[in-house]
Structure formats: structure tokens, C-alpha cells
Design a protein around this ligand. Structure first.
Ligand code: TXA
Ligand code: MG
Length: 321
């Protein structure tokens, strides 16, 4: 049943309103530095269930829990030295850590999909931090888009996908990073190497430099097998089909460029990966809005943020269900 979606802004009454909605079990889309998240009280089963309903997620994927600081994380999980070093270096920021849950964690089992681990992140965006502070709640928040579609990096993107399905959206302008957080698995115990479960806003190179060792590859699964296109679930998908590593557009295609190429929409004419990540989802939304029939994408180098960009583009190009 459609509901009116409140538009909230960056002011004290709006922040208080967002916190009140969340405490009452409602859904608020809010800006983080990576993408907009669809937040709910992570301790409330009904509220978390509403996230899956609003996004029409086909499966109960586990969700990331957003917290104000590392101290709040330590209350929920079995913390270790590696987590300590990473949190000191990268929180608040675009890094999510997967750690074993303590027994008395109090989170809804829907958040963890029944796993003995949980994904935790301390976001840097001032509005996300303000809502965490005002509400006093751990907030479960996947990206605020219908399941399988392009992630939102503006409040307008959120409304395009979820208007009438969520209680409110808090407008904090465009997201600075533009791709989701990097997810590291630390659940194997102190001795094991951290595993890169999803490339994202913090480059893998920066993480291995901070740790003084290379990251382990993620265990193969449909969610985390970026090099096996046949196994990839379609995700981040625009309306049009997507062809990667294109040197030029073919008949009927619109080129999404990178670097100095002749094209309608360019991720970064100067070939800057940080700019390209920040613009990625907005460019895909723009290509949909232009009515592009088919999208060809320039090659993007597989280094730094290029890994996260290529991961999202491979999923956008994966066969649709
Ligand atoms: O930047 C971000 O991470 C954004 C913003 C809103 O914070 N959130 C986000 O959430 O991307 P979502 O739900 O779209 O992605 C969550 C990912 C999923 O791929 C899920 O499989 C993984 O986190 N995940 C969650 N809990 C996990 C766990 N216990 N073990 C392994 N992976 C987990
Ligand atoms: Mg998502």
C-alpha cells in the first residue's frame, strides 16, 4: 500500500523527525558518504522485515549494521587486533568489517540472515552520524534502491525507486564516494588473513598497506565471484543492456566513457578513478533517463577504486533473470 514519503532536510527538526520515525519502527533513507542507505532499527524484526519488503529483495541477504563508533561495535562482536587496527585507520569511513557475533547481541536475526557473524560499519557522513546519535539505535541499512537496480547517490535517485514505499528520505546532497563500502571478512579468527568480500570505497591497496599483508580472496559464492560472469547475479542494473571494455559504441549503443573519448556521458574525462566512482551510479541513472537502448562502457583500469567500479559494472552487465 503506498504511503506518503516525507522529504527531510539538513536541519535540527528534520533530524529529530528521522530519529523519531526510526524509533517507531519506520524506514528512513539517509545519505552516507558511499551511497544512500535505507535505514531501520537493527533490533526490531518488523522494521528490518519492512526493508526487505520495500526493496522487494527476493532473499533475506544479511544487512550491514551502522554504528556511531568502534566502541559500539565492540559491544556486539568478538573484537580482535586486526579489527582494532582497521577501525583506527579507516573508521569513520567506507569500510565494513564482518566479525563473529557475541551471544547477547540483541540484533534481529533478519539482519544477519541467521549467520553467526555480522557486518558492521561506522559511516563518516555528518547526517548519518547525526541520525545515529539522535536515534541511539544500531541501524541496518542496505542501499536505498529496489533490489537489483542502480544504487542511489542522491535523494532524487532514492525517490525515483522507493517513493511511496518508505516513510522518509533525508536529503544530504550527492554522496562523495559514490560506490558502496569495501567489505572485509575478519570472522576466521585472529590468525587468518582478512578476506576481501566486496571491493568498494576504500581501495584494497590501502587496506593491505595498513595491515602490512595482502588480503585473501573471498571464498567463491554467487555474491562474491566477480571473475566468473556466469555466476554473477544481475545487480546495479540500468534498464538498458550493458557491454563492457568497449573501445567505441556500436550501432544503437550509447557510450559511457572513461578518459579522453568521444561520448555522450563520461565517468571522468581526465581518467580519474575517484571522480569516476563518485559519478558511476549517477551516470547509469542518467543513461536510463536519456532512454539509452544499449550501453557500451570504456575499459576501466583494475586498480584502486577501479576494482569497485568494475565489480559494479560486471554485475550491471550480468545476464538478467
Ligand atoms: O556502503 C555501503 O556499504 C552501503 C551503505 C548504505 O552503508 N550499504 C550496502 O549494503 O551496500 P547492502 O545491503 O547493499 O550490501 C550488504 C552486503 C551484502 O553483499 C551482504 O552479502 C554483505 O554485505 N554482508 C552482510 N552481512 C554479512 C555477513 N555476516 N557475512 C558476509 N557478508 C555479509
Ligand atoms: Mg545494494
Amino acid at each position: 500500500m503506498p504511503m506518503p514519503t516525507e522529504r527531510l532536510r539538513d536541519d535540527a527538526p528534520s533530524l529529530a523527525r528521522a530519529a523519531r520515525i526510526l524509533r517507531a519502527g519506520g524506514l528512513v533513507a539517509l545519505p552516507t558518504e558511499t551511497v544512500y542507505g535505507l535505514a531501520a532499527n537493527a533490533r526490531d524484526d518488523r522494521a528490518v522485515a519492512r526493508i526487505f519488503a520495500a526493496k522487494e529483495r527476493p532473499r533475506f541477504n544479511p544487512l550491514i549494521v551502522h554504528l556511531p563508533d568502534a566502541a559500539a561495535a565492540r559491544e556486539l562482536v568478538l573484537w580482535n587486533d586486526t579489527a582494532d587496527r582497521l577501525a583506527a585507520a579507516f573508521w569513520p569511513g567506507a569500510l565494513t568489517l564482518v566479525l563473529p557475533l557475541k551471544e547477547e547481541h540483541g540484533l534481529s536475526p533478519l539482519v544477519t540472515a541467521g549467520l553467526p557473524t555480522v557486518a558492521l560499519r561506522v559511516p563518516a557522513h555528518p547526517l548519518a552520524r547525526a541520525v545515529l546519535r539522535e536515534s541511539g539505535l544500531p541501524l541496518a541499512a542496505p542501499s536505498a534502491n529496489p533490489s537489483g537496480r542502480i544504487s542511489p547517490t542522491t535523494a532524487a535517485h532514492v525517490l525515483a525507486g522507493l517513493d511511496g514505499r518508505i516513510d522518509a528520505v533525508l536529503d544530504g546532497g550527492p554522496c562523495a564516494v559514490g560506490v558502496e563500502s569495501t567489505i572485509l571478512g575478519l570472522a576466521e579468527g585472529g590468525g587468518a588473513r582478512p578476506a576481501l568480500l566486496r571491493p568498494g570505497g576504500i581501495p584494497a591497496e590501502a587496506l593491505s598497506a595498513a595491515l602490512g599483508q595482502p588480503l585473501a580472496a573471498a571464498p567463491a559464492s554467487p555474491e562474491t565471484a566477480p571473475n566468473a560472469p556466469g555466476q554473477l547475479a544481475s545487480h546495479y542494473a540500468p534498464d538498458a543492456p550493458v557491454r563492457l571494455n568497449a573501445s567505441a559504441a556500436r550501432e544503437g549503443e550509447t557510450l559511457l566513457g572513461f578518459g579522453p573519448v568521444d561520448c555522450a556521458v563520461n565517468l571522468s574525462p581526465s581518467g580519474d578513478l575517484v571522480e569516476a566512482a563518485a559519478r558511476l551510479f549517477d551516470c547509469l541513472h542518467a543513461l536510463d533517463a536519456m532512454g539509452a537502448g544499449a550501453i557500451a562502457v570504456s575499459p576501466i583500469p583494475e586498480t584502486g577504486l577501479g576494482r569497485a567500479i568494475n565489480d559494479r559494472l560486471r554485475r550491471a552487465a550480468a545476464p538478467r533473470l
